[in-house]
Design a protein around this ligand. Structure first.
Ligand SMILES: Nc1ncnc2c1ncn2[C@@H]1O[C@H](COP(=O)(O)OP(=O)(O)OP(=O)(O)O)[C@@H](O)[C@H]1O
Length: 901
């Protein structure tokens, strides 16, 4: 940095319009105006040794507040402004001045002496004008004594303002100046470090701070700031070192603060920008990948569509809030993010659930409802009556909290179809929720969303599927729920069926309450016993016992056959199933309480006929016209039989049909044919056997089963209704233990133990021929087996049957094949009443049993058994086990009378 320079007493003046050159600052200017060009030419360019010039700020009135950059960049032509000086003598110049600047120019009385560091002359224009580029360095302040013109530019008489070297050295000892210098340097240092973080090029400035005297530094720093002209002037006027230092410190500090604030704002803006830019970039990339994959669906649109769907779902306000929160979360996620799809599936569920949507309940017409129930279901008078009562109450008080109807009965007796009839009578939608085998509470209530693969429970899922919040919901097989470590589904069902609680049913997955109070619940069960008492308490049990063969026949003729024909695209003009054949199906092919298996057999016949009709249609389109043809007379059946036999044995049929005949095969691979394309197929015994196979049941079964001693015939109640149960007992070498096999529950095992104890206790009364047989009774293991497949059996009603089979085993007497029995027994031989009498009697009837032994106290239950069934049976009512034995054996009780002993 230059040492304090010697100043001449006069300096040519270059005016700086609204700008200040401070000592230490370097500025590059372009001189274009004639006056400044002249000045440069004469004072700098033509001199061998480049001299000094004075730079003097001038201002025009309105530019007082405008700040200008002095230290960087190329300045304008300040000399141009000087040419407008009122002191200029040139007429042309005056003209120009008056044209461009009407106002007077204010010369500042202090300026800075400057030296040219670099000079360059521009190319001369055709008009003869030249320009100069000058790089000037400010050296020291001066004050103007007076100003006079030298040709086109001004010259000033000046006096130096800055201190000399000696003065400076002295001033530097001043404690105030030392303190001020320190403060200035500290602020400047701070500024440099801030700048350093932004740009790495401030290293040189740091060096300046260490090498340049502080009075120069003050000017250099301030010259580099963008400050107003006024502030620049006041800095120029700060001749006193203390004033200059404190002013410079203030300006540096202000600059530092403004940088810091700007930095903060920039950081904030940058942060936002970079985040949104990042997101934008990622989205662009995603879109590109999707396009590449041909997967163009736009997730953003998807989410918007989802929101629209949610808006129209009619959620209650609190749930809508919850949904919106979840939606906001989804919006912040990327589709690839874990949790995105589960959150989406959840929101889809919220949008799909029928929060408000109801199926419009039509005005209930009880007569029409009764007619529809009658037309859909044969018999079941009491049940239908109860349903009508139920509907009548609903009609009078639609929001009445009526009981939950629970239809209990064996499979295939019409429980499900009755429930769906209720729905159609009310004009509501119907949904069936199967509860069979549900052991986990989560099946009813759903899993919490924290579990992987969590789902809503069956009820919420059902409501989503049905799409209305007021359906008739059938809780099917409510007796088949069980509890284990995973909770108790029955307790969840309690909440569902309780009108007080189901207003805000809480599904764990859904996690917000759902109002189930508009749902009409109907339940079905095969048995009442397994239903937990609290649950049973909330339901009204309506029993549907099994059907008699006559009822089954009527159901078949009126309902099943028309339905089955319709399901197979047939009508009575193509297939006829006479009553006699239906009876045979009931007797020989089914032994159920309901009509499901009967329906299946009828469907098998319809299938076989459908194949035949379809084939005929192929070969003879005229078949459509055959609908008016009279049904085949019964007398023609024999003829058809012959044809069938002929087709089966491979011989040619007599009517020459052989060329176009396609012989359909039924399920068992049997051929059928008695259809000539003109008359309906009439089912006969042959067709029955060909389609359904040989008869599955016959009336001789009981006789065959009880052909050896040790077998008795019992009547039991299973999930499939009443059943005839053969109990087999045998003895073998052992330690007197009891073995039981078959699908048995605990109660039946206890009954067997009681029966054996009773028989052993009366060993001496038994009519046993030899002592070895007596030993048999005492020392041998006894094995009792309950055949009949996988049908689970429980309950105490096998007591008398067990005793009978054991007595038969030890007395070697066979029981009567035409007699079946039921009843619980005490250890002392009393016979106690049992349940399900109607079903059991019906089962006996199905099996062709002629005599039924029942506990005396079950007499009243016989009132439920249809009279036509009762009239064909001999009912024997007993009080004690001895009475059972009396009736069960051919030649009377095998026990010796006590009196005989
Ligand atoms: N009384 C009846 N009148 C007319 N059709 C009947 C009657 N009873 C049962 N059905 C018919 O028998 C078939 C079986 O009935 P459904 O499915 O309702 O039995 P379910 O008792 O519900 O059996 P599950 O306990 O196995 O569910 C249905 O096609 C039904 O229409």
């Amino acid at each position: 940095m230059a040492e304090p320079v010697e100043l001449p007493s006069r300096l040519a003046i270059l005016p700086f319009r609204n700008k200040v050159l401070l000592p230490g600052a370097i500025v590059r200017i372009r001189c274009t105006s004639p006056s400044s060009v002249k000045l440069v030419e004469q004072e700098l360019w033509q001199r061998e040794e480049r001299g000094l010039i004075g730079v003097l700020p001038v201002r025009d009135s309105e530019a007082a507040a405008v700040g200008t950059l002095l230290s960087q960049g190329v300045g304008g032509d300040p000399g141009y402004g000087s040419s407008k000086s009122p002191t200029t003598s040139s007429a042309e110049q005056q003209k120009q001045d008056s044209k461009n600047h009407q106002e007077p120019i204010h010369w500042h009385n202090r300026g800075v002496a400057a030296r040219a560091l670099h000079l360059s002359r521009g190319v001369e224009k055709p008009s003869g004008r030249v320009t100069y580029i000058v790089v000037l360095e400010g050296l020291c302040r001066f004050s103007v004594q007076d100003l006079s013109a030298r040709g086109t530019y001004h010259v000033a008489r000046i006096s130096r303002l800055d201190m000399t070297k000696a003065e400076l050295e002295q001033a530097e000892q001043d404690p105030d100046i030392i303190a001020l210098s320190r403060q200035f340097k500290a602020t400047a240092m701070e500024l440099i470090s801030v700048l350093e973080q932004k740009q790495k090029t401030v290293g040189r400035t740091k060096v300046l701070l260490e090498t340049v005297p502080v009075h120069r530094l003050a000017d250099i720093f301030v010259a580099s700031f963008e400050i107003s002209f006024e502030e620049q002037l006041s800095m120029l006027d700060s001749v006193d070192l203390k004033v200059r230092l404190s002013k410079a410190t203030e300006l540096v500090d202000r600059h530092l603060q403004s940088i810091l604030v700007a930095e903060k704002i920039t950081q904030k803006v940058e942060g936002q920008l970079s985040k949104s830019q990042k997101e934008y970039l990622l989205r662009q990339q995603m879109r590109a990948i999707k396009e590449e994959l041909g997967d163009n669906d736009d997730d953003e649109d998807d989410v918007a569509a989802l929101e629209r769907k949610m808006q129209s779902a009619g959620m209650p306000p609190n749930i809508w809030k919850h949904a919106q929160r979840e939606l906001r979360r989804l919006r912040k996620m990327q589709p690839q993010q874990p949790g995105y799809s589960s959150s989406r599936v959840y929101l889809e569920l919220l949008a799909d659930l029928p929060w408000q949507k109801v199926s419009e309940e039509r005005e209930l017409d009880l007569r029409a409802a009764k007619e529809s129930l009658d037309s859909d279901h044969y018999g079941l008078t009491k049940v239908k009556q109860r349903i009508i009562e139920y509907l009548a109450v609903r009609k009078l008080k639609p929001d009445a909290r009526g009981p939950v109807l629970c239809f209990v009965g064996p499979p295939g007796v019409g429980k499900t179809s009755l429930a769906s009839s209720i729905a159609s009578a009310l004009g509501r939608k119907f949904i069936r929720i199967s509860l069979g085998g549900v052991k986990d509470e989560a099946d009813i209530r759903g899993h919490r969303r924290t579990y992987i693969g969590s789902m809503p429970g069956r009820l919420i899922d059902g409501l989503k599927r049905v799409g209305v919040c007021n359906p008739v919901m059938l809780l099917d097989e409510i007796d088949k729920t069980g509890s284990d470590v995973r909770g108790d589904p029955a307790s969840a069902l309690l909440e569902v069926l309780d009108p007080e609680q189901n207003k805000s049913f809480n599904d764990h997955y859904l996690n917000v309450p759902f109002d189930l109070s508009k749902v009409i619940f109907v339940a079905t069960a095969n048995r009442v016993q397994p239903i937990p008492p609290p649950l049973l308490d909330r339901m009204e049990v309506i029993e549907l016992p099994g059907y008699t063969p006559e009822e089954k026949l009527k159901i078949s003729m009126k309902h099943l056959i028309p339905r089955v024909l319709d399901q197979h695209g047939l009508s009575s003009e193509f297939l006829k199933i006479p009553e006699g054949m239906v009876k045979l199906i009931i007797q020989r092919y089914t032994r159920e309480a309901g009509v499901r298996s009967l329906e299946r057999n009828l469907a098998a016949l319809a299938r076989a006929a459908a194949v035949r009709v379809a084939e005929q249609e192929r070969f003879s389109p005229a078949i459509q016209l055959s609908k008016g043809i009279q049904p085949m007379a019964a007398s023609t059946t024999a003829l058809l039989d012959t044809r069938l036999a002929g087709a089966g044995s491979g011989s040619s049929p007599s009517n020459g049909e052989v060329e176009m005949e396609v012989i359909p095969m039924d399920v068992s691979g049997q051929e059928i044919s008695n259809f000539d394309g003109g008359s309906p197929i009439v089912v006969d015994e042959t067709m029955l056997e060909k389609v359904l196979g040989p008869p599955r049941y016959d009336d001789n079964e009981a006789a065959e089963r009880v052909a050896t001693p040790g077998v008795s015939v019992g009547l039991v109640w299973t999930n499939f209704g009443g059943e005839v149960q053969f109990v087999e007992a045998t003895a073998m070498v052992g330690k007197g233990e009891l073995h039981l096999t078959g699908q048995l529950g605990d109660v039946i095992k206890e009954s067997a133990q009681i029966a054996l104890t009773w028989v052993r206790a009366r060993a001496s009364e038994l009519e046993i021929s030899s002592t070895s047989d007596k030993n048999l009774l005492e020392n041998r293991d006894i094995h009792i087996h309950f055949p009949a497949g996988a049908v689970p059996k429980d309950g105490p009603s096998a007591g008398v049957t067990l005793v009978t089979s054991l007595v038969s085993l030890f007395s070697k007497k066979k029981v009567r094949a035409d007699t079946a029995m039921t009843g619980e027994m005490t250890l002392r031989g009393l016979v106690l009443p049992v349940g399900g009498i109607k079903d059991k009697v019906l089962a006996a009837h199905r099996y062709g049993i002629k005599r039924v032994i029942l506990p005396e106290r079950n007499l009243k239950d016989l009132a439920e058994v249809p009279s036509n069934i009762l009239s064909g049976l001999e009912i024997l009512l007993v009080k004690r086990i001895e009475d059972v034995l009396e009736h069960a054996f051919e030649g009377g009780c095998p026990l010796r009378k006590r009196s005989k002993l």
